[in-house]
Design a protein around this ligand. Structure first.
Ligand SMILES: NC(=O)c1ccc[n+]([C@@H]2O[C@H](COP(=O)([O-])OP(=O)(O)OC[C@H]3O[C@@H](n4cnc5c(N)ncnc54)[C@H](O)[C@@H]3O)[C@@H](O)[C@H]2O)c1
Length: 260
């Protein structure tokens, strides 16, 4: 699982899953460029450096060509290579499905969640060689309904297809492309949901729909990202690894009362 000698990019790394991923990639030995439109991404680089790792931060919109080019330029200037791309930046949009979402709002969610990873992949490709690993953050919301708004779910379904089609388009290169699909994870994105549950004294209800009966931690997603980034996953390609406590493994049903 060692990533020694490798250089990585993590987008959306100001907090949450991106920060956890960047920190773990660095612990495993990778030099990391962390990028986010939120300037707090500088604190992620500080945390990595304080722990003895190598990191640079770039503040930019990771869903523009100029933004991703700046991130690529930083990793090449700082570390001279690129081996791992974790395209993770995303926004949720409205959490509840609505049939009145306007086209502009829909387009913005697709721009950040789906076109952003595509731009990052295409900008990274000239610098990637055999053994390189691309990981995109999808979501269980992209697998089926029930975990987000319509544009968000559609964008994440797009991410799943993006890694499948890109893995195949890269046949023969030795570059692997996979996605991680988290379930409910406590991060700044889900903070309002957790806060509302805590306010109502319903924290114990969080994550009760999955068989592990709890929400997940960003570090639990980072472990899967670090695996996909490593040579330990050398034959894993074009796949979606779901990290949801088992939520998506079952169809909804009403459990029978005990004794019936
Ligand atoms: N938290 C969950 O339950 C959950 C579940 C499934 C998938 N995800 C996905 O995980 C990823 C990380 O989310 P998180 O939960 O850590 O929340 P988060 O809000 O902490 O992380 C998302 C980060 O992306 C950044 N970002 C958004 N748009 C950007 C842009 N255009 N350019 C640069 N940075 C941008 C944000 O500033 C933020 O730091 C997202 O893609 C999200 O959709 C999260």
């Amino acid at each position: 699982m060692s990533l020694g000698g490798k250089a990585a990019i993590v987008t959306g790394a100001a907090g949450g899953i991106g920060r956890a991923s960047a920190r773990l990639l660095a612990v495993r030995g990778a030099s990391v460029v962390v990028a986010d439109m939120n300037p707090d991404v500088g604190a992620t680089a500080d945390l990595i450096r304080e722990a003895g790792g190598q990191a640079e931060a770039v503040v930019c919109d990771c869903a523009t060509a100029a933004g991703v080019e700046a991130v690529i330029a930083s990793v090449i200037a700082s570390f001279g290579r690129l081996d791992i791309l974790h395209a993770n930046a995303g926004i949720s949009g409205p959490l509840v499905p609505s049939l009145t979402t306007g086209a502009a709002e829909f387009a913005e969610i697709l721009r950040i969640n789906l076109i952003g990873p595509w731009l990052a992949i295409t900008a990274a490709l000239p610098h990637l060689g055999a053994g390189a690993s691309i990981i995109c953050t999808a979501s269980v919301a992209g697998v089926r309904a029930g975990a987000g708004g319509i544009p968000y779910s559609a964008s994440k379904a797009g991410v799943i297809n993006l890694v499948q089609t890109t893995a195949n388009a890269l046949a023969g290169t030795g570059i692997r492309v996979n996605a991680v699909a988290p379930g409910l994870i406590e991060t700044p994105m889900t903070a309002p949901l957790y806060a509302a549950a805590r306010e109502r004294g319903r924290e114990d209800r969080i994550g009760q729909l999955n068989p592990l009966r709890r929400g997940g931690e960003a570090e639990e997603v980072a472990e899967v990202v670090a695996f996909l980034a490593s040579d330990a996953a050398s034959y894993v390609n074009g796949q979606v690894l779901v990290v949801d406590g088992g939520l998506s493994s079952s169809l909804p049903f009403a459990p029978r009362p005990a004794g019936q």
